[in-house]
Design a protein around this ligand. Structure first.
Ligand code: GLN
Length: 279
């Protein structure tokens, strides 16, 4: 059987469209590029080159999985975040582009040699990006899931970064003090989870999504204990859902944080809350 690069792509795209996959064209192209080691231009310039049988088989398998709503990142095994490649699997939340806003806000306040704690570190994407783009900072990542920490450790190793990873139910096993505590905790209200996209609902770990009845449970709990682990003048940063800015700011002010600020993401939605402890 003889089939060209472009023909195969067209078939993949048609199958994904049939399966009502939202970014059918993009996903069909990215999966083909992954298999063939090609780039965006190949479709335009070398669309008539022949595909090997092995590439064909592999592509058919990838497209089938994607059509069944397996997230693209689980098929590829990675997601880019802050220009770095993070390995992902079903044990960790897939890093989201929105979370880059959180990392950028922390970076504006990060100085050489600071101690950073990333609470609910998951894949480690927040902590490891901060360490990668700063000098001599010392990082700890915490997560309740040992499997998530395995993924985070593997990401640290692959990126050539040193960090400490601690299995802990929130602050239970955290020792010492930090200049920066950052967290993108689970923040979806339990009742909203059944309405999420299949890719999220069935493949991101439920414990990385579920923020309790009102979605705010982890903010309350983290704010309750964070002060014991912040130096005076240290800062707490959260990613939040678009409608959680007021509640989370109120909790932080009530706990004595100063300069409490809500920042927006690239879509203009509230995304980050930060404040200074005892400042
Ligand atoms: N900190 C990780 C991230 O932002 C995981 C967050 C989570 O599991 N809720 O991607």
């Amino acid at each position: 059987m003889r089939i060209t690069y472009k023909e195969l792509y067209e078939r993949g795209r048609a199958l994904l469209e049939e399966g009502q996959i939202k970014d059918a064209s993009l996903d069909a192209r990215l999966l083909l590029e992954e298999i063939c080691g090609t780039g965006r231009n190949d479709l335009l310039v070398h669309g008539d080159r022949e595909i090997t049988e092995q590439q064909y088989k592999c592509y058919v398998n990838y497209i089938e999985r994607r059509r069944n709503h397996v997230p693209l990142q689980h098929i590829l095994g990675y997601q880019e975040f802050m220009g770095l490649r993070f390995q992902v699997n079903g044990d960790v939340l897939i890093p989201r582009q929105d979370t880059e806003t959180l990392v950028e806000e922390v970076m504006r306040n990060l100085h050489d040699g600071m101690h950073i704690l990333d609470m609910c570190t998951g894949s480690g994407c927040i902590l490891l990006s901060l360490l990668r783009y700063s000098n001599d900072c010392v990082g700890t990542g915490c997560d309740i899931s040992e499997k998530a920490l395995q993924a985070a450790r593997e990401n640290a190793r692959a990126l050539g970064l040193e960090a400490e990873f601690v299995q802990s139910n929130l602050f239970e096993k955290v020792k010492g003090k930090y200049e920066i505590i950052v967290s993108n905790p689970p923040y979806i209200a339990s009742g909203e989870i059944p309405g999420l996209m299949e890719e999220v609902r069935n493949y991101d770990p439920l414990e990385a999504l579920d923020g309790g009845e009102d979605g705010l449970r982890f903010y309350r709990e983290i704010i309750k204990s964070a002060g014991e682990h912040l130096y005076p003048g240290g800062m707490l940063f959260f990613e939040i859902g678009f409608d959680q800015g007021k509640d989370v700011s109120d909790y932080m002010r009530q706990a004595g944080y100063k300069e409490v600020t809500v920042c927006k993401d690239l879509s203009g939605l509230d995304r980050v809350v930060s404040g200074v402890y005892g400042g």
